[in-house]
Ligand binder design. Structure first.
Ligand code: PDD
Length: 279
């Protein structure tokens, strides 16, 4: 594979030469936000939407970085590598303070890091297993923060149990996956939990809602109880790196008939077409 540089604070350099201070607040506190932006055939997918979410996150954590869309594109485009599907990882930390202190200095220079990686191909047609786990995260899940200890522990527990993802349950309702949003087909209707502070407002989620509405697939943004999830005929996980991944086994029981469903097949086709034409 073609070797490419990463971006760090205005410079492009080999990954092994990209270094940050141990006093960087991203390292010490996870005081930072990030984006994962897929690119297909060299085009950054839904770039404006990713940028909007990044700016919302920066505002929420009170970090002032105000590059224009064009400035961001100038920074990120040179990172793109050859290949059909890849993603840019972009992280902005509050930067290096002169001492470790929970309260943050108002005059730090943010650290900006970005790199590009291939998106691993997935055999989606077979479906994956998922397990439900207690959503033990905090109350600001709408911010795409790098402070992801709860998410990684939940994902790893799912992996330890032979599953691809943990579907998180809060007070009897499904919120999202450890690193994905969720959709379920219940009584023929495609349902996804509404945007609240309990979920990340996924860009893939928005694309699916748009495609459903444009193609007469009945879609609702509504809560999904654990009971309803267990009765669903289809369950999907969605994210920028996994796209739309059907769950065929939930908590060791088949979802619907245990095969990928007809609504997923229809949406998969729409999504594959859309991602090639929309930037
Ligand atoms: N994660 N919810 C959570 C908690 C996530 O971490 C992600 C994506 C999503 C889906 O968002 P989007 O469709 O915009 O990718 C939902 C990325 C891929 C990651 O952390 O690597």
């Amino acid at each position: 594979m073609q070797e490419k540089n990463v971006y760090l604070n205005g410079e492009y350099l080999p990954l092994e030469e990209a270094k940050i201070s141990v006093l960087d607040r991203g390292f010490l506190f996870g005081d930072s936000v990030y984006e994962v932006i897929p690119a297909y055939a060299g085009n950054l997918f839904c770039f404006e939407a990713h940028l909007q979410r990044l700016n919302d996150g920066l505002k929420a954590i009170r970090l002032a970085v105000s590059y224009t869309t064009e400035q961001w594109l100038d920074i990120l485009r040179p990172l793109l590598i050859e290949g059909d599907a890849q993603y840019i990882y972009l992280q902005i930390t509050r930067g290096v303070a002169d001492k470790r202190d929970h309260g943050f200095p108002l005059n730090c220079t943010p650290t900006i890091f970005a790199m590009c990686s291939p998106i691993a191909p997935l055999a989606r047609e077979q479906g994956v297993q998922a397990v439900t786990l207690d959503d033990v995260r905090w109350q600001l899940c709408n911010i795409k923060a790098t402070t992801l200890l709860a998410n990684i522990l939940l994902r790893q527990k799912a992996i330890d149990e032979g599953s691809a993802e943990a579907i998180l349950i809060k007070e009897g309702y499904a919120t999202e996956g450890a690193a994905s949003n969720i959709f379920a087909v219940i009584d023929g209707v495609l349902i996804t939990p509404p945007k609240t502070n309990e979920i990340l407002p996924g860009i893939t989620r928005d694309v699916i809602i748009h495609l459903a509405k444009a193609n007469h697939i009945q879609i609702e943004e509504d809560v999904i109880s654990l009971d309803a999830l267990q009765q669903a005929s289809e369950i999907w996980l969605t994210s920028s790196t996994r796209e739309i991944l059907p769950v065929t086994i939930l908590d060791h029981e088949p979802v619907g008939n245990g095969q990928v469903g007809s609504v997923w097949l229809a949406m998969q086709e729409l999504f594959q077409e859309y991602k090639q034409v929309v930037v």
